[in-house]
Design a protein around this ligand. Structure first.
Ligand SMILES: *Cc1c(COP(=O)(O)O)cnc(C)c1O
Length: 195
């Protein structure tokens, strides 16, 4: 998770061989990666923050995978953006496993339907992503995500952050989103969006 990190931190991570980076804001990521990405072999950029439909084209242009698809309207916008530029659009569906009213993500009971909807628009649905409620033990949320993924025939599970990635791996995570434990505490206003 390279959000909010200064150039020196990004360069150090690249020099150490890191190639997969997560960002949570389209505009911030454009600033960090648009000029840098060419010439970095194997670089993979993943959007893990909320996306508005009117930024879908920008997101499709920059990111290799969008992890936060959570509604039909956004699926339509992403599919249309992909068609316009002739780029296959790879996505994960974000699931609100704790059914928290303030949190993004489709409800667990509506996930299968959204997966089918997204596939029908032509998006490449690779898996599921979740951010468990901050005040709860994450294990049951990771188990639920795994169960829904199996039901949909999906392989990729993006779950676990610095505080709980070991638990997430025990529950089958294929991708962990680790920021502060690699880079140190983030400076600036952004806090981990597990809230
Ligand atoms: C920032 C962020 C992370 C990384 O959080 P850390 O606790 O720093 O590892 C993971 N997932 C999402 C969605 C984030 O926004």
């Amino acid at each position: 998770m390279s959000k909010t990190q200064p150039s020196e931190a990004i360069e150090a991570a690249l020099a150490a061989g890191q190639r997969v980076f997560g960002e949570n804001r389209v505009q911030e990521a454009q600033g960090r990666w648009t000029d840098r990405r060419d010439g970095i072999e194997g670089l993979e950029l993943r959007l893990i923050g909320p996306l508005q439909s009117n930024k879908a084209a920008d997101a499709v242009a920059l990111f290799d995978i969008i992890e936060t698809l959570d509604r039909p309207k956004l699926a339509d916008a992403l599919a249309a953006a992909g068609l316009r530029v002739g780029k296959p659009v790879r996505v994960l569906i974000q699931v609100n496993t704790g059914a928290e009213p303030q949190k993004a993500g489709i409800l667990p009971g509506e996930t299968v339907e959204l997966v089918e909807y997204a596939r029908a628009t032509g998006l490449i649905v690779e898996g599921l992503m979740c951010i468990p409620p901050a005040e709860e033990s994450p294990g049951p949320h990771f188990a639920l995500l795994h169960k829904i993924a199996r039901r949909c025939g999906l392989e990729t599970l993006s779950m676990g952050m610095s505080g709980d990635f070991e638990t997430a791996i025990r529950f089958g995570a294929t991708h962990v989103r680790v920021g502060s434990s690699l880079f140190g505490e983030r400076k600036g206003p952004e806090t981990p969006s597990r809230d």
